[in-house]
Design a protein around this ligand. Structure first.
Ligand code: HAM
Length: 441
């Protein structure tokens, strides 16, 4: 039997992981400029946490969670998203008591049992940010600016910011809207898809998210949530738009954007990739305010906002736009040692192993041939396959390493693997030679 990766999961090989690492490193650099510090939380939590935050009636909770019972009979769930864990940790460690404003970022795997398709996996990676402690729309604008700064750094332009407000519970602006939506849909319910019939009873806002074409005409004519906002939500939304204008960040308003998670209040947004190949899975990131979540999970009344990016989708978008990794550093020296004198059988590799270590200790990426029986030409072939920039051809008996220095009068041959040019370099000079070539001096 041949094992393959489980449906909806993927292996990423070095040419892809290199790209991922570039995105992650760039994100970390940008986050740190904006004051975000890393938080790492476990990848599984008590199932109850998601019921009380993500929301009992959401698709994520009802259909997509990987839930299991541990040996003590506790119900645990592989995290489908990062926000609940970060909020739990924020409350558990009483971080609010240390600083009034706190910003976190995280990078890690999330698990959702969804039907796999392009850009949709059962294990995906999110790069997320969460900021606690301010209800001001300036923080909303700033966190959106974080994404734009990252996109600029990664040279990704082909996306739009879609923006909406879903109101709040104060003055029950969201409740008034839900009632208006239900009144509007009441005589159309029979025409909606089965999922929406269910949503009508449990959470009518989710109907606006429905992608089923039979629901589309009813949804398009539905009342707009922004017409129902209380004065506080409406002022908040207006100031956010003004702040974004000031920052030259353009946006598209979409009153149908409600997001699939229950904790949002006021601002919600998504970054939608405009290129092809993504089908309906074109959100490279999304988020919003969640001013009641900390309190509803047992913490103090502290407002917060965040978003997260799907790393695999961002990667696909960058690939689609043919955005290349900047200057890959592929410097590699390969030691091709001659061993004819001693014969292949009892070849002692210790001096060449020590020589490779000597080079590596000086920060020079170095590789050698660990195979038993290889000729010089087979070694040079391997050097090529590994992408070596230089090969050192030497006689392994001609030098010694003493107190970190190559001690020898011997000379080796350095072959430039790109041009084929060869030159003789004294072994005692070899480290300096490569340090100079590595930095291009
Ligand atoms: P979300 O919109 O559910 O939000 O997920 C964030 C991003 O993760 C999506 O925009 C998408 O790029 C990626 N994503 C989600 N599901 C999958 C999947 N099955 N396969 C591949 N990529 C996927 C959240 O999870 C919120 N916690 C965001 C947030 C942070 N809101 C406030 N703070």
């Amino acid at each position: 039997m041949m094992f393959t990766a489980v449906r909806g999961t993927k292996d990423y090989l070095p040419n892809e992981t290199e790209y991922f690492r570039y995105i992650e490193d760039t994100a970390k650099r940008i986050f740190s400029i904006y004051g975000y510090k890393e938080i790492r939380t476990p990848i599984f939590e008590a199932t109850e946490l998601y019921l009380r935050s993500t929301g009992e009636a959401t698709e994520v909770v009802t259909k997509q969670m990987y839930t299991f019972t541990d040996k003590k009979g506790r119900s645990l769930t592989l995290r489908p998203e990062g926000t609940p864990s970060v909020v739990r940790a924020y409350i558990e460690h009483k971080i609010y008591a240390q600083k009034p404003l706190v910003k976190f970022y995280y990078i890690g795997p999330m698990f959702r049992y969804e039907r796999p398709q392009a850009g949709r996996l059962r294990q995906h990676t999110q790069i997320g940010v969460e900021a606690f402690g301010s209800a001001s729309a300036s923080l909303d604008a700033e966190i959106i600016a974080v994404f734009f700064a990252l996109a600029k750094e990664l040279k990704l332009n082909n996306f739009i910011l879609v923006l909406n407000s879903v109101g709040c519970e104060k003055d029950s602006c969201q409740a008034r809207y839900k009632k208006a939506l239900k009144d509007y849909l009441a005589d159309k319910i029979e025409n909606l898809c089965n999922d929406c019939k269910e949503r009508f009873l449990r959470n009518p806002l989710r109907i606006l998210d429905c992608k089923n074409p039979i629901c589309a005409p009813y949804i398009a004519d539905s009342p707009k949530i922004t017409d129902f906002l209380c004065s506080e939500c409406s002022e908040h939304f207006d100031s956010l738009k003004e702040y974004l204008d000031k920052l030259n960040i353009s946006y598209q308003l979409n009153h149908l954007l409600v997001r699939g998670l229950d904790y949002y209040t006021k601002t919600v947004f998504e970054f939608i990739y405009l290129g092809s190949g993504f089908g309906t899975q074109n959100a490279i990131g999304g988020g919003g305010r969640y001013d009641n979540l900390v309190a509803s999970l047992g913490g103090p009344n502290i407002p917060a906002i965040g978003f997260s990016i799907g790393l695999e989708r961002l990667y696909l978008a960058l690939q689609n736009e043919q955005i290349k990794l900047p200057g890959e550093n592929s410097f590699l020296v390969f030691i091709a040692d001659r061993n004819e004198e001693k014969g292949v059988e009892n070849y002692d590799r210790s001096s060449v192993l020590a020589f490779a270590e000597h080079m590596r200790m000086h920060g020079i990426p170095t590789e050698l041939d660990h195979r038993k029986e290889t000729s010089l030409s087979a070694k040079l072939k391997l050097a090529n396959q590994l992408g070596a920039t230089y090969a050192i051809i030497l006689n392994a008996d001609n030098f010694r390493i003493k107190e970190g220095l190559a001690e020898s009068d011997a000379v080796c041959i350095v072959k430039d693997m790109r041009s084929g040019k060869q030159e003789e370099v004294p072994i005692s000079q070899i480290v300096n030679y490569f340090l100079a070539h590595k930095t291009g001096k």
